[in-house]
Design a protein around this ligand. Structure first.
Ligand code: NDP
Length: 256
């Protein structure tokens, strides 16, 4: 099936590692050109070196919480590749996990800034570039099952991810008049640097986690990101697609 991504240009924030890097690879496989972005320059450079044989890829560091960085990232992408069709607002942090009673205002602000402000800035700048070029683009955000089922001690993360679900819906409404569609992917537990220390080794069944008793792989989330970035979902906007092995559909045993 042709997903319509050939000759398209995408930005993936947090594209250096984990889910973002898998999304970059999947987009390159579909023939898109990709700007890989993440916080640290050395991380971006390592990813670009690794991915360069797979297709047209460039890199630019950007702290998604900093407005000037995001503006520059979108400008640089359009200068380099001539257009912008897809924004994958994926960058994220998980630490620190702490009881909200012990959470400092600085830690709260950083969590909300990276996730919620970052997703807003990436969505806004992408929409402005798409509107100016009359491109009916796609924006894909990364929420989480944590937006729906709260991780204990993850108060600021849970709140940020729930905010992203609402923001995705609002961007879908606000950007619809320019043909831009905005959707979110909500992963459950996925094997990446962010979560591996909390998971048993790959291949160990995790009973009770969800309908499928295992954590997911970054490539399984990337497939959903590519779908929502493609022409295959022309009539889908403002939705959140769970990629969680059925984690959110199984009631805890105590409720049976
Ligand atoms: P990783 O920890 O593997 O990678 C995080 C990425 O985000 C890195 O590329 C990192 O860049 C980048 N990053 C961190 N802070 C910033 C910042 N301020 N500006 C720009 N880039 C930044 O994360 P995952 O791949 O696991 O997660 C990707 C997304 O999926 C996140 O939004 C996460 O919350 C979400 N998610 C993950 C789940 C999981 O189980 N893994 C579950 C549900 C949601 P650098 O390499 O330069 O440090």
């Amino acid at each position: 099936m042709d997903l319509g991504l050939k000759e398209k240009v995408a930005i993936v924030t947090g594209g250096s590692r984990g889910i973002g890097r898998a999304a970059v690879k999947a987009l390159l496989r579909e023939g898109a050109s990709v700007m890989v972005s993440s916080l640290r320059r050395e991380s971006v450079e390592a990813a670009v070196r690794e991915l360069a044989p797979s297709g047209k890829v460039a890199g630019a560091p950007c702290d998604v919480a900093v407005e000037a960085d995001v503006v520059r990232l979108v400008e640089e992408t359009v200068r380099r590749f001539g257009r912008l069709d897809v924004m994958v607002a994926n960058a994220g942090i998980a630490d620190p996990y702490r009881n909200l009673a012990e959470t400092s205002a600085e830690d709260w602000d950083r969590m909300i800034a990276v996730h919620l402000r970052g997703t807003f800035l990436c969505g806004r700048e992408a929409a402005r570039a798409m509107r100016a070029a009359k491109i009916p683009g796609r924006i894909v955000t990364l929420s989480s099952t944590s937006a729906y089922e709260c991780d204990p001690l993850g108060g600021s993360y849970n709140a940020a991810k729930a905010g992203i679900v609402g923001l995705t819906r609002s961007m879908a409404i606000d950007f619809a008049e320019w043909g831009i569609r905005v959707n979110s992917v909500a992963p459950g537990w996925i094997h990446t640097d962010m979560s591996t220390q909390d998971l048993p080794p790959r291949g160990t069944p995790i009973e009770g986690l969800g309908a499928l008793p295992r954590a997911g792989e970054p490539e399984e989330v990337a497939a959903a990101i590519v779908f929502l970035a493609s022409n295959a979902c022309d009539y889908i906007t403002g939705t959140t697609l769970f990629v969680d092995g059925g984690q959110t559909i199984v009631a805890p045993k105590m409720r049976w």
